[in-house]
Design a protein around this ligand. Structure first.
Ligand code: HEM
Length: 214
């Protein structure tokens, strides 16, 4: 099997596990609510896609830091690492798109397109929603710059590639503070462990850049 097919299969398995995870998690916690047929499917989808998007964003951020620090090359070669990073970006963008489209279709939370796109426009947990919207715009800027500006002009691309740090912080806060599922202990553990791992690898990345300059 060639490497490209291998990558597609890896991304497919990752996606399947992540989509199934929130539902299995709720069932394992003995909480029937998210799979009860009376609940609007769009509300379930928006929560599942939000969690999937967050987990993928975490792996995407870690893979980017792994490339920058060189740590990832201990496990996979540079070409593979970049391909996986690229696929993770696409998978994250897809999950976020589903998060927003299902939120728009959801008759339970009743978000208009205007409230989804404009920070502080909605009355529902105003600040926490705004963190998601601002994080979303920063994410879009990074994805677009990676597709259309890749290293050209280098300075702009480089500057935009500092955005993943605030993006992760904004989305971490958005998820943990607004999420219906944040009441489940497993989800809280997931947020804190992933947050800690990103903080640790970011600190190591800063340490390395100072060491290289010295
Ligand atoms: C980078 C983009 C985003 C990611 C990764 C993300 C992720 C998440 C996560 C993890 C949750 C918690 C799900 C749960 O536990 O129930 C959530 C909930 C939510 N998000 Fe986002 N979000 C993003 C952008 C947005 C945007 C732009 C909006 C615009 C309005 C938004 C609105 C909401 C709402 C209303 C909830 C609450 C759903 C509920 O629990 O009832 N998100 N999001």
């Amino acid at each position: 099997m060639n490497k490209n097919n291998q990558n597609i299969i890896i991304v497919f398995i990752f996606n399947t596990i992540f989509w199934a995870a929130p539902f299995m998690l709720n069932a394992a916690n003995g909480n029937p609510a998210p799979i009860a047929p009376s609940l609007p499917w769009a509300w379930i989808a928006t929560r599942a896609a939000g969690i999937v998007g967050y987990i993928l964003l975490f792996i995407l951020t870690m893979s980017g830091l792994g490339i920058k620090t060189g740590l990832i090359y201990k496990f996979i070669d540079p070409v593979q690492a970049w391909i996986i990073h690229k696929y993770l970006g696409i998978a994250t963008a897809t999950a976020i798109a589903i998060h927003l489209i299902s939120l728009w279709l959801d008759p339970f939370l009743k978000f208009s397109l205007y409230e989804i796109l404009v920070p502080f426009a909605s009355n529902y947990k105003n600040l926490y929603v705004a963190l998601g919207i601002i994080g979303f715009y920063m994410f879009v800027a990074v994805i677009f710059s990676s597709i259309f500006l890749f290293m050209n002009p280098y300075i702009l691309w480089r500057l935009l590639h500092y955005l993943p740090y605030p993006i992760f912080v904004f989305i971490f806060l958005h998820g943990i503070l607004i999420g219906t599922d944040s009441s489940i202990p497993f989800m809280l553990w997931l947020y804190w462990i992933t947050g800690l791992l990103v903080a640790m690898l970011s600190t190591y990345r800063i340490y390395l850049s100072f060491k290289r300059r010295a």
